[in-house]
Write a protein that binds this ligand. Structure first.
Ligand SMILES: *Cc1c(COP(=O)(O)O)cnc(C)c1O
Length: 357
């Protein structure tokens, strides 16, 4: 059975390491601090009762609501099945397989490179500078040949740092007319003044990715947005599947973008940012902690003495973190999502216990 199909698989898929999503890694946890989800859920209901018709391809109310939230025009917005679909659509639309490349700057979100590999598009990895996590502009500039897309994550996952506006603008200047620049703003609500949305009017090759999965607390509905100038959005509209946003998703996402829901989101963000500062203060007192990286998002990257034991022991106690040790420049690092008050407390208590043995 196996032999009769395996030779049919594309060779880049046969050798592909799939994305190690938090759900795929598993664990028997009750304290999930490994997927940067929001620990506080806000309930939604839907009044829609009939589902016999296909949804609108790009639900108008949803698009207008997001346009209103980011102060852009409707034709500058594409709704997608999570920001992840936006990452993929861009490569599908702009990169010739076996010919073009993307640039990404590790340590960063893995899905840029994984989507490129699936589509047989080459990945040029240009690491950020160690510990300052600045993008290596000179190295990027030297490697632009055949590059169609540059993915920058801001704030960066998993390091938590921001890329300065000055560096992003310099990147936009050196790439104008050569490649597109994609800023992944999945966590931007946690540092909202650093968004590049206002720069779309100056840079035709700027693209911004957004999601409802993190600050909006809606990872379960799978809804994201690609923001760009209208020419880019119409190209992506050619490539996206006909009905990417289900009727229920559109309804709930639109509710989540009402004025009152946005207010709630903002207060959740303030709360999580406080929890983050509390967690950092507490971790500073623990001797097993080697270094805490500055974070502008709802997670922190921490370098530990005995990182493996800490990861394992917490796992056994149902506290699930994300191991980053295998990534470039992240030896002995674990990423911790910011949880609720009680989750943060528990985490600190358990790490304290471990540092006493
Ligand atoms: C979580 C995450 C995404 C994916 O968001 P979805 O909308 O849930 O697909 C994209 N980029 C980064 C950096 C993320 O951390």
């Amino acid at each position: 059975m196996k032999d009769s199909i395996m030779h049919l698989v594309r060779s880049n898929i046969a050798t592909l390491e799939p994305y190690q999503s938090a759900r795929r890694i598993g664990g028997n946890g009750h304290t999930w601090l490994n997927a940067n989800e929001c620990p506080i859920s806000s309930p939604f209901t839907t009044n829609i009762t009939s589902f016999n018709r296909y949804p609108e391809s790009q639900p108008k109310n949803l698009i207008s609501s997001y346009a209103n939230y980011v102060h852009l025009a409707n034709n500058q917005i594409l709704a997608t099945r999570g920001a992840d679909e936006g990452i993929e659509l861009l490569i599908k639309a702009f990169c010739d397989p076996g010919e073009d490349s993307i640039i990404c700057c590790p340590p960063t979100y893995d899905m840029y490179a994984i989507n490129a590999s699936i589509l047989n598009v080459q990945v040029k990895e240009i690491p950020t500078l160690k510990e300052t996590w600045k993008i290596d502009l000179e190295n990027i500039q030297r490697n632009l040949n055949k590059v169609k897309l540059i993915y920058i994550c801001n704030p960066n996952n998993p390091t938590g740092n921001l890329i300065s506006k000055k560096d992003i603008i310099n990147l936009l200047k050196i790439t104008l007319g050569l490649t597109l620049v994609v800023i992944d703003e999945a966590y931007i609500e946690f540092s909202s003044k650093y968004s590049m949305v206002n720069f779309l009017q100056y840079y035709p090759h700027l693209i911004i990715l957004r999601t409802l999965s993190k600050a909006f607390s809606l990872a379960g509905i799978r809804c994201g947005f690609t923001l760009a100038n209208k020419e880019i959005i119409s190209i992506l509209n050619k490539v996206i599947s006909p009905y990417p946003i289900s009727t229920i998703v559109a309804d709930i996402a639109t509710q989540a973008l009402s004025e009152i829901a946005i207010k709630k989101m903002k207060s959740r963000v303030l709360k999580l940012n406080c929890n983050r500062d509390w967690l950092i203060d507490e971790l500073k007192k623990i001797s097993l902690v080697k270094k805490i990286f500055n974070s502008h998002a709802n997670y922190i990257l921490v370098k530990f003495h005995m990182y493996k034991k800490i990861f394992q022991k917490l796992w056994e106690k149902g506290i699930i973190l994300r191991n980053q040790h295998h990534k470039i420049n992240l030896k002995k690092c674990l990423r911790i999502s910011i949880g609720s008050d009680s989750e943060c407390l528990r985490l600190i208590e358990e790490i304290k216990i471990l540092s006493n043995i």
